[in-house]
Design a protein around this ligand. Structure first.
Ligand code: THU
Length: 140
């Protein structure tokens, strides 16, 4: 179990991670904060590219940072997005590719928070955002 203070820290870390975004094309900055099962938080921002398809979302930046650091077990992710230099106006739900990347490492209980401010957020489970998801167990 994770205590509520850690989850508050996670949501704040997502808001803060927007500062790490590199978004000179869309000017839409996203921050993600990923909580590992051993209590570590990895932050990531979206990283755009002049060849737009090469852009990496904030969620995947955070997941790839953690996995490349040897962590594969996650408890929750928090995500915040909005136009640069502005507070989030809407909830930044994760895109389909990021949902699929989360599916690779997320357990049944993996929690997703979308955050507008420290006091405004919504929470759901990955299986609600990606029902009938495709996972490695399908590949024999
Ligand atoms: N973006 C994310 O970082 N995460 C998502 O789940 C959706 C979109 C980024 C990609 C791009 O840099 C910008 O938001 C506009 O699409």
């Amino acid at each position: 179990m994770v205590d509520e203070r850690k989850l508050e820290e996670l949501r704040y870390a997502a808001l803060q991670a927007r500062e790490m975004a590199y978004a000179p094309y869309s000017h839409y900055t996203v921050g993600a904060a990923l909580l590992t099962k051993n209590g570590k938080i990895y932050q990531g921002g979206n990283i755009e590219n002049a060849s737009y398809g090469a852009t990496n979302c904030a969620e995947r930046t955070a997941v790839f940072k953690a996995v490349s650091d040897g962590c594969r077990e996650f408890y929750a992710i928090a995500i915040a997005g909005g136009m640069e230099d502005c507070k989030p106006v809407d909830y930044a739900w994760p895109c389909g590719i990021c949902r699929q990347v989360m599916q690779e490492f997320a357990g049944e209980e993996f929690r997703i928070f979308v955050v507008k401010s420290e006091n405004e957020y919504r929470e759901c489970l990955l299986k609600e955002l990606l029902p009938y998801g495709f996972g490695g167990e399908s590949i024999q």
